[in-house]
Design a protein around this ligand. Structure first.
Ligand SMILES: Cc1cc2nc3c(=O)[nH]c(=O)nc-3n(C[C@H](O)[C@H](O)[C@H](O)COP(=O)(O)O)c2cc1C
Length: 186
């Protein structure tokens, strides 16, 4: 059994939901997993066997706290198996839904001093009723420009949960490898 951290950078809570889904999948496979806000994740980092960072895109970027966290904890992140995933609306497009084709992920990985062993990208959600007026206007404009939903009442999840489950399976495999390397029978 491995001890896995799922650190999330989430604005309206959707990336956190994906983290909770991954946590349930990992626990179903016999691992321990905690979902923690990235802002609180630095404290106990050393006690995890595998570290996963999930972050949403907001106005074209992951929040600066994500790369700050990676820079600050670079040594520890590099020393153990790690995974990263991004959540964004561009990934709802079939030609932009892999780490190799999603522009945010490609750019982000080029800029950070960490090479996660596993990278994922998942389409996020639109939840207009939940947004404040400014965010709603911006997202509706972007959706209008990219042929997405613009109905101000729309609440749509574009996430392919089967893909998220596959990603969780791959994290479990990473965790198994780590536990085996440590001769860990916890
Ligand atoms: C204010 C705002 C700005 C966003 N900007 C982008 C963007 O530039 N590109 C994109 O693909 N998705 C963008 N999104 C979509 C989010 O990445 C998506 O809704 C995600 O599910 C949000 O996850 P969160 O609730 O964990 O932050 C934006 C969403 C909001 C609310």
């Amino acid at each position: 059994m491995a001890n896995i951290l799922l650190a999330c950078s989430s604005v309206y809570g959707y990336t956190r939901r994906i983290c909770e889904f991954v946590k349930a999948e990992l626990e179903g496979r016999g691992h321990r997993a905690d979902v923690v806000d990235l802002a609180d994740a630095g404290r106990d980092l050393g006690r995890y066997d595998v570290i996963v960072i999930g972050a949403s895109i907001r106005h074209g970027k992951h929040r600066p706290a994500v790369s700050d966290f990676i820079c600050e904890h670079r040594a520890l992140l590099t020393a153990r198996p790690g995974a990263f995933f991004s959540v964004n609306l561009v990934a709802r497009k079939p030609d932009k839904n892999t780490p190799q084709t999603n522009p945010y992920v490609r750019k982000f990985l080029r800029r950070i001093p960490w090479q996660p062993r596993l990278v994922g990208v998942f389409a996020g959600n639109v939840d207009y009723p939940r947004y404040d007026a400014f965010d709603r206007t911006i997202i509706r404009l972007i959706m209008w420009l990219t042929n997405g939903p613009t109905d101000p009442q729309a609440r749509i999840e574009f996430t392919d949960w089967t893909e998220v489950r596959r990603y969780a399976e791959r994290i479990a495999a990473l965790a198994r490898g780590q536990a085996a390397a440590q001769g860990d029978s916890r």
